[in-house]
Design a protein around this ligand. Structure first.
Ligand code: ADP
Ligand code: MG
Length: 283
């Protein structure tokens, strides 16, 4: 007898999103379903243009016209109960996003305001969380400093006093990850968080994000075009191809019992790496 599946933190079902173009509407995400279990790192992998970013933006309410979510549900187990992110009122969605979900995008400078000191941006992010709406300012400053230190920033005070343009790409992405972690979210959605960074920095930052998320008991939805990254960090993964999911399951199975030629090409493109640390942890 099979045990009932454990409740998901995020359960997306039947999601379709379209964009209007000269030739009418095109579905760039077509009836996809995926789950993120509590306390795990789940991968979404696929080549550029396969619909990864549009999918997560759909779930987070960030698709703007001419884009439109056509169908689907996205059940999320938030601190204030389970809600459907695709159906809840805007204000409630903002509350959940500010409190329970951290979003890290590819270009950290796109997530930071260039004209505001980092300290002020950090405090604004924390204040948006229901948990810190009434926390004293001094405590928020301490939390900001401690979180920057936890993501490997040696001189948090100097960084907090400065502006984003004074930071390298890697340092800026650490700051954005700290923004996401400091609220103690249940889920961190990381959309190609290291693609814009040097190879040596990529692994450091992914390691750190994985470690800090594990400490918080948070799940990570890790989006990447690199199956090697998925093999290293994720236990479960979904392979996207042209707006659809063509393969899914335990990472070890995706590597060793590959069903689709497209996945074989991704494996080849990742250098055929099978250092499946995440997969080995599967009992
Ligand atoms: N704002 C937009 N307007 C029109 N088409 C878009 C827009 N954003 C994304 N698309 C299209 O949606 C498809 C999926 O894009 P995306 O999710 O960004 O891919 P990925 O993140 O996998 O690289 C692509 O064909 C892309 O051209
Ligand atoms: Mg993308």
């Amino acid at each position: 007898m099979n045990a009932a599946p454990s409740p998901a933190l995020l359960d997306v079902a039947g999601l379709s999103t379209s964009f209007a173009g000269p030739a009418g509407r095109t579905r760039v995400v077509d009836d996809i379903s995926f789950r993120v279990a509590p306390g795990t790192i789940t991968g979404i992998v696929g080549e550029s243009g396969s619909g990864k970013s549009v999918s997560v933006k759909s779930v987070l309410g960030l698709v703007a016209p001419p884009g439109r979510v056509e169908a689907g549900t996205a059940r999320f187990a938030g601190t204030q109960g389970e809600i459907d992110l695709l159906a809840c009122p805007r204000a409630e969605l903002r509350g959940v996003l500010g409190t329970d979900i951290g979003f890290v995008i590819q270009n950290p400078f796109g997530a930071l305001s260039p004209v505001t000191r980092i300290r002020k941006q950090f405090v604004t992010v924390l204040r948006a969380s229901r948990r810190h709406a009434r926390t004293a300012r001094g405590e928020l400053d301490e939390l900001a400093e401690a979180t920057l230190a936890a993501v490997g920033i040696n001189d948090p005070r100097r960084v907090l006093e400065g502006y984003p343009h004074q930071l390298s790409g890697g340092m800026a992405q650490r700051v954005v990850i700290a923004f996401a972690l400091a609220r103690r979210p249940r889920l961190i959605v990381a959309d190609e968080p290291t693609t814009a960074l040097d190879l040596t920095v990529q692994r450091q930052i992914l390691d750190l994000m994985a470690e800090r998320a594990a400490e918080l008991g948070a799940s990570v939805l890790l989006i990447t075009h690199d199956l090697g990254v998925v093999a290293h960090y994720c236990r479960e993964a979904y392979v996207f191809h042209r707006g659809r999911i063509v393969e899914q399951g335990a990472v070890a199975d995706i590597f060793h019992r590959t069903r689709h030629d497209y996945t074989r090409r991704l494996i080849a493109a990742s250098g055929g790496r099978r250092d499946t640390a995440g997969a080995e942890a599967v009992p």
